[in-house]
Ligand binder design. Structure first.
Ligand code: BJ8
Length: 424
């Protein structure tokens, strides 16, 4: 990695502690990613972005701030990036996916809080992630209890604007989300000092839709036999989507897809055509959480699709681009975002319908429903997910895990048994 110490120092980071993270990350990436065979050449860009994760993009964000720009950190796929970019801001995903940050979060949070929240709070309080330090404002949401309370703690460090996400999908709830987006627009305008116009918002709706289209194209390549790209590679690309420059990212994904199209035409893949095909559903996998994918794929099965926020929930459904006024555009944004099916909604039949549809479209052999420990929403919804899949005669296994490596062998044994069962 190039030398970014001056920047980290200027950001007030804990350099000594951060050095420890810089030591382990490349090794983990090497073990999980670079050890794969026959990877597409188009992965080079994404390898580079991960290898310089705390340097390349953070320096761009700092440059943006030097020119008077503002950076907004987000934690959920319901927060519309379009509005932030339209006001001249930059949105960057902040969810923490490493065990490294968990102890820092546990200093202020109950131990029985989900690791995603503990890691996110720990990354900020410990000063070991430049993204958390750079963001001028965090945008929270009222999705789960743990997050709601975490915003109050983080607000002592950095301004947090919380969007009140309705938890049902009646017309009045969609209207309420529209109002929340309008409030966000005002808050962002006040922070950046730039007005959002129908022209800038329309332009950013197109930019983010193009990113969604590129990801949809990438995922569609995985419907093929043999699958031309690993689940691990697709996961890291999706994780990068949360913080990379959207236009550059879209170009790189499309370039990779051109290569994947050639592979498909030549019948080339990364797993044998008869490798078991797995769909993963459950809680999001924030970077650098690659644990389950690594476990499944090192056992010879292919992860071909994810019903996750770091999966299809991030890019399915486009925003209608025909609105010509800000009100029309915000209504289109509310419609699109409220189509996402998170377990924080009640009832949430759309998620089960999505899983069944994806299982069919990607011709999966089995589903692994995996939630992070202490996520009451997804672990409770798992009952209904398992019921529906059993009814549809689709093999399913439920797993609960955290960010540590302690349960890796146990996870491996269970996944192995599940894969054997699929091959009988
Ligand atoms: S849309 S999944 S990103 S809320 S933090 S709910 S794991 S206990 S992340 Fe999420 Fe938005 Fe929904 Fe997606 Fe559970 Fe942990 Fe809460 Fe979590």
């Amino acid at each position: 990695m190039a030398d970014y110490r001056q920047m980290w120092n200027d950001l007030g980071m804990d350099l000594e502690k951060h050095d420890l993270l810089c030591e382990v990350l490349p090794e983990a990436f090497g073990d999980v990613y670079l050890s794969q065979e026959n990877r597409p050449e188009g992965m080079d860009y994404f390898n580079f972005v991960v290898s310089e994760i705390h340097g390349v993009r953070p320096s761009e964000l700092v440059e943006h701030q030097k020119k008077g720009g503002k950076v907004f950190g987000t934690f959920c796929v319901y927060v519309p990036d379009e509005v932030i970019f339209a006001a001249g801001g930059i949105a960057t995903g902040l969810c923490g996916g490493s065990q490294f940050w968990v102890p820092g979060g546990e200093k202020v949070l109950p131990a029985n809080t989900c690791p995603l929240i503990k890691a996110s709070v720990g990354a900020r309080l410990d000063g070991t992630c430049p993204f958390f330090k750079i963001a001028d404002m965090y945008i929270g949401e009222t999705t789960c209890d743990g997050k709601k309370k975490a915003w109050e703690i983080l607000n002592q460090e950095v301004p947090v604007h919380v969007m009140d996400l309705p938890q049902m999908k009646r017309p009045k709830d969609i209207k309420a989300w529209e109002d929340e987006i309008k409030t966000l627009l005002k808050v962002v305008e006040e922070t950046t000092g730039k007005e959002v116009t129908a022209a800038t918002l329309g332009e950013q709706i197109k930019v983010i839709n193009n990113k969604r289209k590129a990801l949809a194209r990438l995922y569609a390549t995985r419907k093929n036999f043999p699958v031309p790209i690993s689940g691990k590679d697709t996961l890291v690309i999706t994780q990068i989507a949360f913080y990379d420059d959207p236009t550059r990212f879209t170009d790189q994904v499309n370039k990779l897809c051109d290569e994947l199209d050639e592979r498909i035409a030549a019948g080339e893949g990364v797993f044998p055509a008869d490798a078991p095909r797995i769909l993963i559903t459950g809680t999001p996998m924030a970077i650098p959480n690659w644990k389950l994918h690594h476990c499944i794929e090192s056992l010879g099965a292919a992860v071909v699709v994810e019903e996750l926020c770091t999966g299809v929930r991030y890019f399915e459904n486009l925003v209608d681009e025909t609105g010509t006024t800000i009100d029309e555009q915000i209504s289109a944004l509310a419609d699109r975002y409220m189509k996402t099916n998170c377990a924080c909604f009640t009832p949430n039949p759309g998620r089960i319908e999505d899983i069944l549809r994806l299982a069919k479209d990607y011709k999966v052999d089995g589903v692994i429903d995996c939630n992070l420990q202490f996520c009451g929403l997804y672990s409770t919804e798992s009952h209904l997910v398992q019921q529906a899949l059993k009814k549809a005669d689709i093999p399913i296994m439920h797993l609960e895990t955290d960010y540590s490596e302690q349960d890796f062998e146990q996870m491996r044994t269970r996944v192995e048994a599940f894969l054997e069962m699929l091959q009988k």
